[in-house]
Design a protein around this ligand. Sequence first.
Ligand SMILES: N[C@@H](CCC(=O)N[C@@H](CS)C(=O)NCC(=O)O)C(=O)O
Length: 239
Amino acid sequence: MAGEGDLKLLGLLVSPFVVRVRMALQMKGLSYDYIEQDVFDKSELLLASNPVHKKVPVLLHNGVPLCESQIIVQYIDEVWAAAEEGSPTILPAEPHDRAVARFWAAYVDDKLFPAWIGIIKAATEEARAEKTSETLAVLAQLEVALAECSKGKAFFAGDAIGYLDLAVGCNMFWLEALRRLFGVELLDTGKTPLLAAWAERFAETETATKVVPDADSAVEFARKLAARFGSASPAPVAN
Ligand SMILES: N[C@@H](CCC(=O)N[C@@H](CS)C(=O)NCC(=O)O)C(=O)O
């Protein structure tokens, strides 16, 4: 697409936060240079671009860094708002719907990510079971949010994916990785039928198929993380 200026994304392929931003860039049809980072040995560019948190993603727009995935997605949506014909909007048009989408996206980052990453980092099987229950409780809450936000349509945002779909959806390949690693069934068609069906539809969207990495790469990264955190050994891998 013409006119976007120079875009560079500092990322980590398996980071849900990076996947979120890549999905937003994909939705807007923006091209960018992707620069993979080693989060265990941070580059000078990353440290200089995100001196406060020192985390990925960082979007460099004409050399100016933007940090925090939700803020970056909102920035992308604002800067390239209907800039090109046919480019979708990511946040809802109505202020109340925008506020609700932001509320649940904040909930996802506050509750869902810490719960499922805790399954990997758990030092004991008891701690892992606790984090599994915590993840299931958050997903049950998101089942209610999906029913309310979608109003019976296919996605949180309605007929097409939007802000909250990206916020939740970027975590889904990790839930599959956790199933393969620990045998935990987190997306249960019995317990959260709407969310399970939504996750299948989301995975089939062009945005997800173009951007979301394979769960195997998350499995591999999780093994590295578990070794670093001295976590309890993973159960035999379930395929
Ligand atoms: N709230 C941040 C979270 C970003 C984040 O946690 N990134 C991780 C990778 S998934 C990272 O860079 N970790 C490096 C570190 O913690 O030192 C966002 O939404 O962008």
